[in-house]
Design a protein around this ligand. Sequence first.
Ligand code: ADP
Length: 668
Amino acid sequence: MNNQINSILIANRGEIACRVIRSCKKMGIRSIAVYSDADRNAQHVKLADAAIYLGAASAADSYLDISKVIQAAKDSEADAIHPGYGFLSENAGFARALEKNNIIFIGPRADVLELMASKAAAKIAMEKAQVACVPGYHGTAQDNDTLIKAAGEVGYPLLIKASAGGGGKGMRISRESSDFEEALAATRREALRAFGDDQVILERYIERPRHIEVQVFADQHGNVVHLFERDCSSQRRYQKVIEEAPAPNLDENIRNAMYKAAVAATAAVDYSGAGTIEFILSEDGEFWFMEMNTRLQVEHPVTEMLTGIDLVEWQIMVASGEALPLKQPTIQAHGHTIEARLYAEDPDNEFLPAAGVIRKLVQPAQNQSIRFDSGVISGDRISVHYDPMIAKLCVHAKDRNTAIGYLKDALAACWVDGISNNLDFLQRLLASDPFTSGSMHTAWIDHHLTELLEHEDLSRELTIAAAGIFLQQQLQADKQAASPWNTTDNWRIGATATQHILLQYKDQIFEFSTSGTAGRFVIQSASEQTETAVECQLLSLNKNAFQFSLRIGQQDFERKMHCEHNSYCLVAETSRLSFNQLKWQASAEMQLMANTKIVAPMPGNIIEIKVQAGESVNTGDVLVIMEAMKMELSLRAEVSAVVKSVIEQSSGFVDADTLLIELEIETL
Ligand code: ADP
């Protein structure tokens, strides 16, 4: 059976919708996006050949509404629907409804989706296919007595899992029989709330395991292949953070046995399309089937970079009835690939997801070795309604160490301003010993969390930041003076300058003054009353970033600094510091250049207006407190001045760029 697919509706959003659209374009297929109120201006809408509005921002009213998605496919005359991951991708009812409407579902058959959606049913099917499953209980009898008895047989510690669960939710450890009933009740409640089904399974809790999954592919003609493994052991609270392939330090016999089991599992359910068989591997080398994901995985770029195969293209080919284009022996893996997930979340605040406008998103240059999959650009918004992922950064190199180096550089080249994110947390993960040595297990991040959240010495980093700004200003001054400054070590000898530097970090202001030449100077911190001698050298410079090294006392540091206007981000190997530079009221000339209009930097609520018209204010004084993106922002005076006017509204919502306060600088 061959069904030509000429147009595809992508029933998803964000990076995965953009990703699928890219393959459609490559294959000459018309792509149709769908969107909610929150996504009117989203990148996937702009990228697609056509876009259809679904409904309100909440997923239930848009991306999860089966009838609206089907209507959109009919209206746009789509031949097929690609569901991406999440949302309706594993929904058997959706696949059935598409079948009824003669629209091709790019994924496996509905009955396979149904089977694999239940962890209990999947395990029964796998046992039949003689694929080893984690020892446990997955029976239909769900009364307390049966489960307590089964728990005793499984042994402690054990894991209680919602049979319908996914995404790391609906799982609880029970360490001994005395806590079992309470954990069971809690898991059932959570399962019912999150998945509408309170059936549970019990599994032996494997201590310090690895999560290794095998990418499989099958067509409608009975061909099944694997596309090697991905090691997803770097997780936080059962959610993947870093994925890589090949799995480091994995015994070849185990690896090959996993491939064999994965292909057998796939064939056993007469699968078609892209799938992932997840295994759990114990410390002593035993592995078991955990579950099958019946869709494209978030981490599929790892496999694409490893094999050079476009998995979305294969999905489309299989869905249109074609045979798999390659046989197992011709599928090759090359080098090493690592992916890191960049999230809008606050690692310092229990990884609380963040929402709001990404003021600035700088990404590394993409090439054969670096891939940046994202659905947002500078100015776009991370919505509270969906997953807070900003991007996936994936690198490919000849070996693991080189790949780690590439990923470190690529992370340093990223700059996300305006929204909390995990960039520095990822930097610390990559530099951490369990990761560099390739000895990860699924709890390694949680076990090392305290040290992974440690920050560099703030006052030292601020001093380095101020030194970097001084260096930058001297460079600019030299450029403007058209001096023959064109190499990194050709400093203007003898030229001295004194600069005052005012940095705003969170709600605090730090004052520095520097004197000397750009290469060698003394920097004084007003708050700490310290004086530091610095030797500084520019290493590289491009449009919005520069790299410099500096020596303070006997210590050497190397830093990268992103900058635009007065926003900066200082990047060290395992940390980053975002701050603003405030203008200094040193000269009347500078004061005149200062910003006297205080506007709302983004839509939000006024919490407090701290000044009245006619009042005098000093540089750095807080004028207005706003709440935006769930954060409090203090808007400060950039100069000493008198308040000329204040917005009449004293609280409540204002749009971005609303003029809140106007200042007037008194002439000297
Ligand atoms: P989900 O469907 O929510 O993704 P999984 O069954 O795939 O749930 O498990 C997610 C993660 O939980 C795994 O990657 C692993 O880290 C951990 N896990 C699952 N089962 C076990 C187990 N039996 N013992 C120890 N850890 C487990």
